[in-house]
Design a protein around this ligand. Structure first.
Ligand code: PLP
Length: 367
């Protein structure tokens, strides 16, 4: 039997409607979307429909570039910093995902000055620290919409205003918010990922505001407006497009459902402390801790539930969570934290069952 899946920040199941949208392009519609014949043109048309579906949830006045992942989209976006004469500063929030953080730190070894802007104990960026860091040499500011580990929603509109006042570009990693909450309309570069919105793995996208120069990240046949060469997969594009369309259509319904799951979970995990802001938070994320708990043991005791210790990426790498550390948590508190991620296909009964299993295992450990 499959475990109960409560790890929807790590990835989401494929929506049945998305699979249906993909299948024709994996079967008879196998033409190369860059071929001029009829099969190629049909595949290219499917790609353009998908592009419009993805763009419908993004600001006006920009273009969508398909990539292989959000990580690739973010790497592509950061290249824009290299095109700005006389500017070599990159400022990002300390709690960014590794896709932004490690890329920004790498730029720091390539002639850029990278600054990590601290957050308060709630996980919200310290705006006065950001202000102090910005200046005429800042090229790019990066802030994520919803934090993947703790669900905290950053004030991206305010951060964007500050970046623009300094003449810098604003990159928003919207991976955990796209399709679920409002997208910051003034950002210049926005990254998203298929597999976090009930779409397929292996596809992401970068939205680029018109007039912004993004240098190619992959050279070759000149696909994707010359910046990301390589044959596109019409099936993956159609899947991402269908997933975006479904999110748009179901947005209210999905949000109401997630809120009801979150409310149930908050009531059942009353003995735990929530990590990160309670009000500036996407409700589908519940990151909680119980002092004295050994989460590695908890996870092996509760095998019937797929959940995460901190972030899936951080746990995969064995690195302690830099996000929880940035909140000021001690190593022992970080090791006693778990993340539950609720999604469209979870039920209240599942949340009740999971709470029973996890609370029981925690009691057994702590008593
Ligand atoms: N940014 C955030 C906030 C994420 O949660 C993730 C995935 O965990 C990524 C970026 C990377 O996305 P992808 O798996 O598409 O590279």
């Amino acid at each position: 039997m499959n475990p109960i899946y409560l790890d929807n920040q790590a990835t989401t199941p494929l929506a049945p409607e998305v699979l249906d949208a993909m299948l024709p392009w994996l079967k008879d519609g196998f033409g190369n979307p860059h071929s001029p014949h009829v099969m190629g043109r049909q595949a290219a048309a499917a790609v353009e429909v998908a592009r419009d579906q993805v763009a419908a949830l993004l600001p006006n006045g920009g273009r969508v570039i398909f990539t292989g992942s959000a990580t690739e989209a973010i790497n592509l976006a950061m290249g824009a910093a290299r095109m700005l004469q006389g500017r070599n500063g990159i400022a990002i929030v300390d709690t960014e995902h590794a896709a932004v953080r490690d890329t920004a730190l790498w730029y720091g070894t390539q002639g850029f000055e990278t600054s990590l802007i601290p957050v308060d104990p709630q996980g919200l960026v310290l705006l006065e620290e950001l202000e102090a860091c910005l200046g005429p040499r800042t090229a790019l500011v990066g802030a994520m919409l919803v934090n993947n580990e703790i669900g905290v929603v950053q004030p991206v509109d305010r951060i964007t205003e500050m970046a623009h006042q300094a003449g810098a570009l604003m990159l928003c990693d919207a991976v955990q918010g796209y399709g679920r909450i409002d997208i910051p309309q003034q950002a210049d570069l926005i990254a998203l990922s298929g597999h976090k919105i009930y779409g397929p793995k292996g596809i992401g996208a970068l939205w680029v505001r018109d007039g912004i120069d993004v240098p190619p990240s992959i050279h070759g046949g000149g696909q994707e407006q010359g910046v990301r060469s390589g044959t596109l997969s019409p099936a993956l594009c159609a899947g991402l497009g269908a997933a975006a369309k479904l999110c748009a259509e179901r947005r209210q319904e999905d949000m109401q459902h997630i809120v009801s799951l979150a409310e149930k979970a908050h009531s059942l995990f009353g003995d735990w402390t929530v990590n990160g802001s309670l009000d500036q938070r996407y409700p589908g994320n519940l990151n909680i801790r119980r002092d004295g708990l050994d989460v590695a043991r908890l996870m092996s005791d509760v095998r019937g539930v797929a959940f995460s210790a901190g972030s899936a990426c951080a746990s995969g790498s064995g690195r302690p969570s830099h996000v929880l550390a940035a909140l000021g948590l001690q190593p022992a508190q970080i090791k006693s934290s778990i993340r539950l991620g609720f999604g469209r296909y979870n039920t209240v009964e599942e949340v009740e069952r999971v709470a029973g299993l996890i609370n029981q295992a925690a009691e057994n450990q702590l008593s």
